[in-house]
Design a protein around this ligand. Structure first.
Ligand code: ZN
Ligand code: ZN
Length: 257
């Protein structure tokens, strides 16, 4: 079979998506994409998977289908730290998300909150974002950083150059390279080209994700794939858990031997 991109990031009704697992597989087939399911596994997502028993049932369900078994874990929620090895091993790949960051004074700012502290400047927020990100990259055993350019809602309309200085971009790609975490080109929160180029030039692996929640979004990787190709990333180098393995599996293997 000819090469097909993998949609490493997609949601079903097991968290906050609109489609069943069959629905995800069907949409992926129609787009010529290999499907995976990566539902929210977090106590801080309203419709997320919130307990070890639920994680077990989620994996049991996915194992009944020809689909890659991912999961999207919030860095700021501790559920990922509590997963026993027998559950970790059943994931084909794991995604980490900065759905909240911590300011220098300890205040938590959520990506989806409509308000930030009145005196918070963009620079202070972004510096805290990068500091949180660096801690994430050091500590969280994931394969992919989801939507790397997602920032809190009140700052999303800011100019990209104000948010992402070259120094911050450097900081991000260096930490991803050191940690061996892939950079996701998200169809839902498209990153700006300069940052992706910097990641590619630094040798960071690129992952494609629709972050699909609806039938319309599901498995549509046309824009992420076009950007990866425009930056001369060979198709076969795009992150594919079956081909490139999972950091988690490598860590577990390392721990056993
Ligand atoms: Zn997310
Ligand atoms: Zn997601």
């Amino acid at each position: 079979m000819s090469w097909q991109p993998v949609d490493c990031h997609a949601h079903t009704t097991m968290s906050d998506g609109a489609l069943s697992v069959e629905g995800v597989i069907e949409r992926a087939r129609s787009h010529g994409v290999r499907p995976s399911v990566a539902d929210h596994i977090s106590r801080d997502i309203a419709k997320g998977i919130k307990s070890l028993d639920e994680v077990r049932r989620y994996l049991d369900t996915l194992e009944q289908y020809d689909v890659l078994r991912g999961g999207e874990f919030c860095w700021h929620d501790n559920l990922w730290r509590e997963l026993p090895e027998d559950l970790v091993r059943r994931f084909s790949h794991r995604i980490g998300s900065l759905h909240a960051i911590t300011l220098a004074d300890g205040t938590r700012v959520h990506a989806f909150s409509r308000r930030v502290p009145a005196d918070l400047t963009v620079d202070a927020y972004m510096d805290a974002h990068l500091a949180t990100f660096e801690q994430f990259a050091r500590e969280m055993p994931v394969d992919i950083l989801a939507h790397p350019t997602l920032v809190t809602m009140p700052f999303r309309t800011r100019d990209v150059g104000e948010l992402w200085t070259e120094a911050r971009e450097e900081q991000m790609v260096a930490a991803l390279a050191d940690a061996g975490i892939a950079f996701e080109i998200s169809a839902r929160y498209p990153p700006h080209e300069r940052l992706v180029r910097r990641a590619v030039e630094r040798g960071v692996r690129i992952s494609l994700g629709s972050d699909g929640h609806t039938a319309q979004q599901m498995a549509d990787l046309s824009r992420p794939l076009a950007l990866a190709r425009a930056l001369c990333v060979p198709d076969a180098e795009l992150y594919d858990p079956t081909r490139h393995g999972s950091k988690t599996q490598a860590l577990l293997h390392h721990a056993r031997t």
